[in-house]
Design a protein around this ligand. Structure first.
Ligand code: C5P
Length: 407
């Protein structure tokens, strides 16, 4: 996997809230991803977690006081954000949101936010009681922050430390990490809706047995993540996998090819892009048993098959005159990829086909792919699947852009 924050300097600000305990894990996740993290805490934050913990996890001295004389020119509120790539406030309390919305600067962290260079993005992860989050004063402050270009990450709904339930929980550390990583990706699919199929299908033989394949879903999930990072609204229709849903992606789980077909056709209206990554079973068992088949001495089960509908071809057939959805297919060929890939693209009636070199990609973390379009083919050299997914997303965006310029 890429070290997405390698070389990035992140100022991690903590304001007062019980979610400070999650900031410790966030800090660790940021450093593991290659970031250099400078922690700044409000006085209230130090009541929830110590500066010692945050120093140990970030590997850098923590600042809590605007009168701290450790910075040579005594201007920590200026120096700490110079050269920074982002300022992330997690947790951001209701009071700290108020300060940010009104330009209050009465402690080191709020002064540092106001004094940061305007090109350094400010991201905040609200964390507060549900009533505080819903209060009109907080709503006003949130709207003001958005209007000022501050990115509001979350909050999430769920159980709260105050034993109430609702919106106001801080996003989980790994979700915040993904949001921060996404904030550095260019928004080449902003405003676009993308439907992606991923994983294997499972064709039942009886209630406990079935036919499936070795697809892990990694490539499809990586593309879902990359499309979301690029600003798209993403719907993932997934066969059985053990992968976590990428943050911000809506996922529908299916088992059989028929269910995948039905879920895709139900969701395809209004989609700008369709990417069929799933390894869909070519055949289903027509004489599947409702009860578990009994083993009988010497007698072999006799299975009859019929062909599943080709989901990609069915979606491609719905392409409107204006070219939506832009359809992308995948092909895993064990030989003659260059020849078969070009033929398959034409046969499926799609503008872009991604060929895997060999079928050994199943379950692997990296891959080499070849892109086939009407003007020929391009090789994307071996890389991890997320890197390839990001390249594919920008190739798709480039083709959509070129196409709309031609119209
Ligand atoms: O024809 P083949 O199975 O090699 O084509 C692979 C491509 O078609 C993949 O993009 C796959 O997701 C899609 N496909 C599909 N429905 C099927 C079979 C394949 O959408 N029934």
């Amino acid at each position: 996997m890429p070290m997405d924050l390698k070389g990035k300097k992140i100022v991690l600000g903590l304001s007062g809230g019980v979610a400070c305990y999650k900031a410790a894990e966030l800090c660790r996740a940021l450093t593991k991803e290659g970031a250099s993290v400078q922690v700044v805490m409000t006085d209230a934050a130090t009541h929830f977690i110590t500066a010692v913990t945050m120093q140990a996890l970030s590997g850098n001295a923590v600042y809590t006081d605007q009168w701290d004389a450790r910075v040579a020119n005594n201007m920590a509120h200026i120096d700490l954000t110079r050269g920074a790539d982002a300022v992330l406030i997690a947790p951001c309390s209701a009071d700290f949101m108020r300060k940010l919305a009104h330009g209050v600067c009465d402690d080191l962290l709020s002064t540092l936010c106001l004094a940061r260079p305007h090109l350094v993005p400010l991201l905040v992860a609200p964390a507060m009681n549900v009533e505080m989050w819903q209060n009109p004063a907080t709503r006003r402050n949130t709207a003001q922050l958005r209007a000022d270009g501050v990115r509001i990450l979350g909050p999430a709904a769920g159980d709260q430390a105050c034993v109430e339930t609702g919106m106001g929980r801080m996003l989980e550390p790994l979700d915040l990490l993904d949001e921060l990583i996404a904030s550095f990706q260019t928004k080449v699919l902003a405003g676009k809706r993308v439907l992606i199929t991923a994983g294997p299908t499972f064709e039942a033989i009886d209630p406990v047995r079935g036919i499936t394949n070795l697809s892990s879903g990694k490539m499809g999930y990586a593309i879902a993540r990359a499309a979301r990072e690029a600003g798209a609204e993403v719907l993932l229709v997934s066969g059985p996998t053990t992968l976590p849903t990428p943050h911000g992606v809506r996922r529908i789980d299916v088992q059989s090819a028929q269910q995948m077909h039905d879920a895709v056709m139900a969701g395809i209206a209004g989609q700008h892009i369709f990417v069929g990554v799933a390894a869909v079973a070519d055949w289903r068992v027509v004489n599947a048993s409702d009860q578990k088949m009994k083993k009988q001495d010497g007698a072999m089960p006799s299975l009859q098959f019929e062909q599943n509908a080709d989901i990609l071809a069915a979606v491609a057939a719905t392409t409107s005159l204006s070219g939506w959805p832009f359809c992308v297919g995948f092909a895993a060929e064990s030989e003659n990829l260059l020849e078969y890939g070009a033929v398959k693209r034409e046969k499926k009636g799609i503008p872009l086909l991604v060929g895997n070199i060999g079928h050994h990609t199943f379950g692997q973390d990296d891959n080499t792919v070849v892109l086939f379009d009407e003007s020929g083919h391009t090789v994307l050299p071996r890389a991890d699947k997320l890197t390839l997914a990001r390249q594919l997303v920008s190739e798709i965006a480039k083709r959509i852009e070129q196409r709309s310029l031609l119209k």
